[in-house]
Write a new protein. Sequence first.
Length: 257
Amino acid sequence: MVQQRPTPRWREAAGRGEVTPDELARIIDHTLLKAQALPADIERLCDEAVRYGFGAVCVNPVHVPLAVGRLKGTAVRVCTVVGFPLGATASDVKAAEAAWCVRRGAQEVDMVISIGHLKAGDVETVEEDVRAVVSAVRGAAGTGARAAGGPLVKVIIEACYLSEGEKVTACRLAAAAGADFVKTSTGFGPSGATVEDVSLMRRTVGEDLGVKAAGGIRDYRTALAMVAAGADRLGMSAGVAVIEEARSVFEHGRDED
């Protein structure tokens, strides 16, 4: 199944609250990355994703086979993370982890950049790190190049640690290395997604790459603000609450305050 990214016009409408809760749900990555997550928790996550129509679930690599099996025959994609959450893993290890996940059915891989190398100005190492994962993902999928319906690579820049210039550089390096998305945060840093970061990332990559906002999105208004700023994917653990709130707003109307 090919997952299309929302158009700028759709994002504008969504930011104004003019898309349905079901439409909003399709751009949510329903996420559970806690170390203490049980297999039963992953099963519950997958079942909620089907029930609410989320676009994907995002789980740690160890849970990929379980999620793939649980979601077989549904439209929900399986996303995982590599080099997570610090990004301080050797490139060949990140690549091997990514390939392992794709061979077991993961359709999306969210990798963390080498933050220390970026801050040191070693852009070659950062770009090659991303390129190694992109190559491994496409090699494991048998595509060899970006292909419609093939696995996606999202690059987590962990914006809370970066200057504005470093954020721009990280996005440009991700694009140059062949990634499909840039992503704000792991959700494990001192802060998560901000409207300002999402807007900057969108301006930097244009419409060539997707932008995923993640970390700290816990209510409907925040979700809409991220979309209005340029996000076409939302990573959150509070997806059920956000969609329930969206349904209430659609049913009863927005609060006047």
